[in-house]
Design a protein. Structure first.
Length: 478
């Protein structure tokens, strides 16, 4: 229907799919980049600015890290519930940025531990909102058909920020002090704020009948939907793991506990496909955090690298992830989550074990380390999209079968809130486990433990996720 209100300035490009996705990507990049930028300098802020005794620096740093993680977990689900009830996602997305801006200001000027704690709580709250609402906006914009390639592209870009920010933060602090670090942070926030202010969601643009807001469907997706039912067995998981017929997805809400009636997304969490998808997300976050925590130290221990040279060690890991993320996401859209998740998890076992080979030495050992890192980057690209795509597919099926239970817009923000909580848990436990294992059993054995985790999740992916067999001719037809 038309709208008598004046058409907003720049409606076409502000509601353009690429602009919306870029805005979400910048928002997620800002959140991870600023988090990882600040973490390495927290001990120095405590010691240099607050005068914290050396004996208390570790405990207070751990407290500040825990405040972020706790706030992120606590506020994710409320953010998702609120976002699903609002008409548009833009308002909570802006509120998330304001929380991040407030956190950054407090971290810059704070002169007491209480102020820094408040800053970290605000930063965690912002992360909960940005990740929850951001993924919901992606789903609103591209639909489930192109979610894989979109998520793969976004993750490949934001991973660069997560992996490089700690090193940049350390180098900037050494060269310019806290002022240089926070100047970089405020510059990123300025760009992020401008883009979030300009964004117009598809559903808002539709009110003016000025843009085509329908999700363009891929010819290959149409073919997939029209395939012969006899081919459906190739799309199925190896084990019977939940509803298989349309009627099996039906929810009798009246017979469920009160908590599930109020928040029906909880019903979806019992589905094995969704649980396995979250296991993939947890493992992905854990791997990123482990690499983030151990690569700079290994560069220093094995090769005597400075902070800058240790930062350059991330390049072999990041570049394959950056280049192959969109390609792997496209594969998830074509073939489903199972092939990418299972192959990626099993494949990652190899470079993780090989990373125990490099020893202290010169160029030859550095080359070995970089080659094994680049192999790991390929695996990280493969597992970047399956968790979100599979989880969305399960919830979308429940939503379409039970529109009266989940409402018109569905519970997608709540789903991504849960995904954010799981990802945050992996990001928090990853460095802690990596540090403890590295100190107790060494770097090589630590990687072997992580490889075992990947193997277990790979088996779960084979058993419970859905996906089609790989057909190279079909892949190159598109």
């Amino acid at each position: 229907m038309g709208n008598d209100k004046a058409e907003p300035w720049g409606l076409h490009w502000r509601s353009n799919t690429l602009f919306i996705l870029t805005t979400v990507g910048i928002g997620l990049f800002s959140d991870l980049f600023l988090y990882c930028l600040i973490v390495p300098i927290l001990p120095f802020i405590l010691e240099d600015r607050l005068g914290t005794p050396q004996s208390q620096v570790q405990s207070q740093t751990s407290l500040l890290l825990a405040c972020f993680a706790g706030a992120s977990v606590i506020f994710s689900l409320p953010a998702g519930i609120i976002a699903d009830k609002l008409v548009t996602r833009r308002q909570p997305y802006l509120i998330g940025l304001l929380a991040l801006l407030g956190a950054t200001v407090l971290l810059y000027v704070g002169q007491s531990l209480a102020v820094l704690v408040l800053a970290r709580v605000l930063q965690g709250t912002s992360a909960a909102i940005v990740w929850t609402v951001g993924f919901a906006m992606v789903m609103d914009t591209v639909g489930s058909e192109k979610l894989g390639v979109t998520i793969g592209s976004i993750f490949s870009i934001i991973s660069v920020g997560e992996l490089l920010a700690p090193v940049l933060g350390g180098v900037m602090y050494d060269k310019t002090g806290a002022s240089g670090v926070f100047a970089m942070a405020f510059a990123i926030l300025g760009l992020d704020f401008l883009m979030r202010l300009l964004i117009i969601e598809k559903k808002t643009a539709a009110e003016f009948c000025a843009v085509d807001v329908s999700t363009e469907q891929d010819p290959g997706d149409v073919e997939a939907q029209q395939q012969d039912p006899a081919d459906a067995n190739e799309d199925s998981p190896l084990l019977s793991n939940g509803p298989t017929k349309e009627s099996d997805w039906k929810i009798t809400i009246e017979s469920l506990p009160c908590a599930v009636q109020k928040f029906p997304i909880l019903y979806c969490l019992a589905h094995p496909r969704l649980l396995t998808a979250e296991a993939v997300a947890f493992t992905q976050a854990t791997l990123l955090a482990v690499f983030d925590a151990t690569i700079p130290l290994e560069g220093q221990d094995l090769f005597g690298f400075s902070a800058l040279k240790s930062g350059l060690l991330f390049m072999p890991l990041v570049l394959p992830y950056l280049i192959l993320g969109p390609v792997a996401g496209k594969g998830v859209d074509r073939f489903g989550a199972k092939p990418a998740a299972a192959i990626g998890m099993f494949y990652l076992v190899i470079p993780l074990i090989l990373l125990r080979i490099p020893q202290a030495g010169g160029t030859a050992e550095i080359v070995k380390f970089c080659v094994f890192e680049s192999l790991a980057g390929v695996g990280m690209a493969l597992i970047s999209a399956p968790s979100v795509v599979e989880a969305t597919a399960v919830v979308e099926k429940y939503h379409k079968t039970n529109p009266d239970v989940f409402g018109k817009e569905g519970p997608y923000a709540q789903l991504y809130a849960i995904n954010s909580m799981v990802f945050g848990l992996g990001s928090t436990l990853g460095p802690l486990a990596a540090g403890a294992l590295k100190d107790s059993i060494g770097y090589g054995n630590m990687n072997a433990v992580v490889a075992a985790l990947c193997a277990v999740v790979g088996v779960l992916s084979c058993l419970f996720l859905e996906g089609r067999g790989l057909n190279l001719r079909e892949w190159f037809q598109k």
